[in-house]
Design a protein around this ligand. Structure first.
Ligand code: C2E
Ligand code: CA
Ligand code: CA
Ligand code: CA
Length: 278
């Protein structure tokens, strides 16, 4: 009936309004959080075949004064939509560089810290200048900084991407392709981009021991990386069986709950970072 239709429409409008309000609320909360420095970085170790830490990935957390720890899946998408990701990404880079600097001064050794860079952030025309400024200000060894990029942001403008990557590499940074295998699997750009690492997406690693097609995907990525002279790391490693399979296929770097969850910076330093010969 007409009345029912009207009700349905008004109910629909109401929930749309609610969703829009929540969206606005979260957006203003995000802006405030940036001002008030409510973000923090956790670090997840990346280990070798002996389980020793080689590097670590920085992962953002929002320490909300009322809601507690908020996972990135709750706010990164909105930060991307609103463009706040650019500012947030700059904060992440400078915070990671400050930690790198502190740990180096304490003689704690590691190869690099990997930082996630969103497509929108990477596509800023002055992205390389932003990174260079942050690296210079923090006075770190740029070789200790790796950027993790996802495939999605790289193929829009291949020439520009290649150019940016070359300049980043010239600065001393290295680049990893995150969630590898989930995006446009164009092999052409793999050889065009000056990459250091491929990171096998955790969806493939997850059931690699009981899914034959994932087994083949993982094996193929490892061989491909090998042939291209790229390092390969598996993320989302949760079991010994996964480690055994990956090792047998030639993967030598691992990241996942099996070894450690992401931990606060201080805990990384206390439990995972080592002094040379210490
Ligand atoms: P990602 O870059 O693929 O990061 C890996 C995610 O997998 C992290 O979730 C990590 O905690 C989780 N993880 C690690 N080991 C395991 C495991 O063994 N099993 C399972 N099930 N999960 C595991 P987190 O920290 O919630 O981050 C989610 C995503 O948010 C990240 O995915 C990344 O896309 C984004 N993100 C996190 N920090 C940043 C950041 O600083 N900047 C940007 N742009 N994005 C970020
Ligand atoms: Ca990542
Ligand atoms: Ca990933
Ligand atoms: Ca992911």
């Amino acid at each position: 009936s007409k009345a029912k239709g009207r009700n349905t429409i008004s109910f629909f409008d109401y929930s749309m309004q609610e969703a829009a309000d929540r969206h606005l609320q979260l957006e203003s909360n995000l802006r405030l959080a940036l001002q008030e420095q409510q973000f923090t970085l956790y670090y997840q170790p990346q280990v070798d075949a002996n389980g020793e830490m080689v590097s670590a990935e920085a992962l953002i957390r929002w320490l909300h004064p009322l809601q507690g720890l908020i996972a990135p899946s709750e706010f990164i998408p909105l930060a991307e939509d609103t463009g706040l990701i650019v500012q947030l990404g700059q904060w992440v880079l400078s915070e990671a560089c400050q930690n790198i600097k502190r740990w180096s001064e304490q003689d704690l050794t590691f190869r690099h810290i990997a930082v996630n860079v969103s497509a929108k952030q990477f596509q800023q025309s002055d992205f390389v200048e932003q990174v260079a400024a942050i690296v210079n200000n923090s006075q770190i060894d740029p070789r200790q900084l790796m950027l993790e990029l996802t495939e999605s942001g790289l193929i829009d403008n291949i020439l520009q991407t290649v150019e940016k990557m070359r300049r980043l590499k010239k600065l001393g940074l290295s680049i990893s392709i995150d969630d590898f295998g989930t995006g446009y699997s164009s092999l052409a750009y793999l050889t065009a981009f000056p990459l250091s690492q491929l990171k096998i997406d955790r969806s493939f690693v997850n059931d690699v021991t009981d899914n034959r097609s994932n087994e083949i995907v993982v094996e193929t990525i490892i061989h491909m990386a090998d042939n291209l002279g790229l390092e390969v790391i598996a993320e989302g490693v949760e079991t010994q069986e996964q480690v055994d399979f990956l090792l047998q296929k030639g993967c030598k770097l691992f990241q996942g709950y099996y070894f450690s969850r992401p931990v606060p910076a201080q805990e990384l330093a206390a439990k995972w970072l080592r002094k040379p010969n210490g």
